[in-house]
Design a protein around this ligand. Sequence first.
Ligand code: AVJ
Ligand code: FE
Length: 434
Amino acid sequence: TPVAADDVLRKRALEALTTARARTRLLTECVEDDELTAQHSPLMSPLVWDLAHIGNQEEQWLLRTVAGRDAIRPEIDSVYDAFEHPRAERPTLPLLSPAESRTYASDIRGRVLDVLEAHPLHGSPLVDAAFAFGMIAQHEQQHDETMLITHQLRRGPAALDAPEPPGGGTAGLPAEVLVPAGPFTMGTSTEPWALDNERPAHHRRVDAFHIDTTPVTNGAFQAFVADGGYTDERWWAPEGWDQIRRHDIGAPLFWRREGGQWLRRRFGVTEPVPEDEPVLHVSWFEADAYARWAGRRLPTEAEWEKAARHDPASGRSQRYPWGDEDPTPERANLGQRHLRPAPAGAYPEGASPLGVRQLIGDVWEWTSSDFLPYPGFAAFPYREYSEVFFGPGYKVLRGGSFAVDAVACRGTFRNWDLPVRRQIFCGFRTARDA
Ligand code: AVJ
Ligand code: FE
């Protein structure tokens, strides 16, 4: 019955919002207040900006737009508008203090939970299937990932801790998998909390291709470095070559060479680079150069999604590589459960029908594709989520990282960033024509 369905939706939305808030609190309570107001990198906002921005977006969408309430603090909207102020200048804004930000976000949340208990969940695209609540839970989780990036960039002793991910191993696994030619369904028109850029479902024809069984590892990437990959212009797109020369880049971000070995800094701890782990913190240009050096290329976005969703037996596109059920800790490394990717070959239960591993979780995977709308795209509910970024400037990343929560990760989910970016939790796998 519709009533029972609403109960399930309210429970799902409540769980998603509560999970997000627990993570937000962890990320903003594990350091002293002066670390929340400091800017740890010009690429990032002070953590306290993310905290109040999370509350402000929740107020704007769930209290004002969905519930029709008056603004509680209209004067702060512009301070927390991501388009009015670039990240570098956010420390100079009249920001709420850490205590004010916490109070504001929790005050908004209290009122939102009252709205969620009683508001109709059908009758408009914004509330159907509790979409707006799911969208706001995803928004908070996306900023939680952003805050985790800030923690990674932060200097000083470790503030976060998590258990080690499960082991991996590629013995017995083929290096690559053949995905046969043919059409598949890309995107979705049925996933209730899919964001506008994932819609609508449409058919795409994809030629046969081979794709790596696992993401490219640190060990494989070290071979590229050792072979002089960063000093050989042949492998580089011109803009990428400019960037690595100008900034004197010769290895992934956070790596350094000491005593004949590669070390890396990870959340305040310096450790030897683990060879069997997917490489992290490489730009699209570095991924592209590695692929060319290896005689391969990055997969297109359509190839990536076909590898992740297409079931050759049924011809259907699944929600995830393993099927339609939600992620579990046995299937994928998500949700900041661990503070690093799992070694290549981990998560056999998360494999695709053709045997491709670790498509969901671990590391965001660069694709060769620009971020473009699907045929029939309609901006919803706001142009600034996706539409204003469409074009040749941004490259698509797929699959989510260990820092992405399950609510913001699925076979159709699309992320994007500038091809020079390397502080995000990004890696890649390669492909080739069949
Ligand atoms: C989809 C991750 C590129 O963080 O810039 C957060 C998500 N949009 N608030 C970003 C987002 C508005 C967005 N990405
Ligand atoms: Fe935001």
